[in-house]
Structures are given as C-alpha cells and as structure tokens.
Write a protein that binds this ligand. Sequence first.
Ligand SMILES: Nc1ncnc2c1ncn2[C@@H]1O[C@H](COP(=O)(O)OP(=O)(O)OP(=O)(O)O)[C@@H](O)[C@H]1O
Ligand SMILES: [Mg+2]
Length: 246
Amino acid sequence: MVDEGRASQAKRMLTIQDLHVFHGPIEAVHGISLNVERGKCISLLGPNGAGKTSTISAITGIARATGSVRFEEREISGDSVEARIASGIAVSPEGRRIFSNLTILENLTLGAAIQKDQKEKGRDIDHWFSLFPILAERRDQAAGTLSGGEQQMLAIARALMARPKILLLDEPSLGLAPKIVRQIFDLIGTLKDQGMTILLVEQNATQALRLADYAYLMSSGRIVAHGTADELGKSDKLMAELTGVA
Ligand SMILES: Nc1ncnc2c1ncn2[C@@H]1O[C@H](COP(=O)(O)OP(=O)(O)OP(=O)(O)O)[C@@H](O)[C@H]1O
Ligand SMILES: [Mg+2]
C-alpha cells in the first residue's frame, strides 16, 4: 500500500491544488486542482475566458496566485519565474510571441539562454532542426516572415531549447488552417512518443483528445469535468460543450 503510494507520487510531475489566479482585483480561476504525470500528455480544454491561460501563467509564475503548485514533489509557488524555468518548466505561449525581427536561429538560441555550453546548444539546435526541417531550411530568415504554422513550430522548438522536463503548450492550433493544425498535433504526438511530459491547453477538443491521456474541462474559472478521452466522449452533451458544437 505504502509502496503504491510512493510509486504514484514518483510518477507525478506537476500537481496543482486549490489554485486561485488573480489579475489585479479579478479572480480568474477559482480553486482548481489537476495532476500531470511524467511522460503523459494532459489536456486543459475550455472556451474563451475559461481561465486556461491564467492557469498556465500561474504555473510559470507570471500571474499572482494562491494554492499549491508542486513540481517534481517540490512546492514551487514561491519561486521566481526564472527559478521555475531553471527547474524544467517551459512554455510555448498563446499567440506564439516569437521575435519577428530576429532570425529563426537567433530565436532558438534565445530559447536556450540558460544553457551556457555553446557546443551543447549547437547540438540541441541540430536535433530540433531534424524534427522541424522547415525551420532548418529557413534558419537565417527573419521569424516574422514565416507562415502561422511555421511560427507555431518555432515557438515550440524555442521552448524545447530550454531542455524542459514539462512542456506547456497554450493553444498551439490557434488561427491555423485544419491541415496545418493536423501537422502541429502530429508533431506534439511525436514529442509525446519521445517521452516529453506535456500540458496541452486547447479549444480544439477533438484534436486534443486524440493525443491526450487525460483531460480537464474548464469553464468560468472552474474544472467542470475530467476524464480520459473515452470517458469524456461518453457524454454527448459534454462533447458538444468540448467541441463547441451546440
Ligand atoms: N491581464 C488580465 N487582466 C484582467 N483580466 C484578465 C487578464 N487576463 C485574463 N483576464 C480575465 O481572466 C479570465 C480568464 O482569461 P484567460 O485568458 O485565462 O482565459 P482562456 O481560457 O485562456 O481564454 P482563451 O481561450 O480566449 O485564451 C477572463 O475573464 C479574462 O478577461
Ligand atoms: Mg488563453
């Protein structure tokens, strides 16, 4: 019994308990709890304004929050943003936020700012170029000239340059055509197959549930349902809410 408890704790990478997130006087998230296990892809779904990005911002330390955020069995809610990055948390933010005037190579190099060893940095860049060949082809081009899908790939690759233990992806499919969305999700699937732990924030529930081992549905700052894709899919009403189809 005790051993089982230890085993499940060891699998836990990120555990959030009773998290409240604030923007000035506004409380955007009202006490949510969730769990991300090592090597799994967990999805946080919900419509506009549900509190998904606020949750991500509380994990990275950008937004003011109360409650518990444990990462690898350590409470990190008092840590600075920099300390959280150094401990292995990386985010591909909503809206991508790449540096448009810098080249792809420069964007990737900045993603590895905490990595001091230049040789290691070069090796990492080569590694991610092999997974994102389109970025390799355009390495000296200004990032602002890339298509939306390519910019999303760059945002993900830049986050990976920090060698994270967990990758937080905030709406990677936002504003992209269906064909490109499928490419982005295939890529996330490849990262998952390579063992990356992923928290995937999405409005595109259909695509996200194809990948996710477990999902939480947020609405108005609360988690209103959670389960595996199969479990969530059993409820037609819930699926309509998830996919935005009334
Ligand atoms: N910087 C801010 N200042 C004030 N209110 C904010 C701020 N950021 C978010 N909010 C509010 O917090 C609530 C949750 O917003 P949040 O961005 O977390 O939602 P979301 O689920 O990420 O939505 P979307 O899918 O549109 O990105 C909303 O009511 C929003 O207006
Ligand atoms: Mg958001």
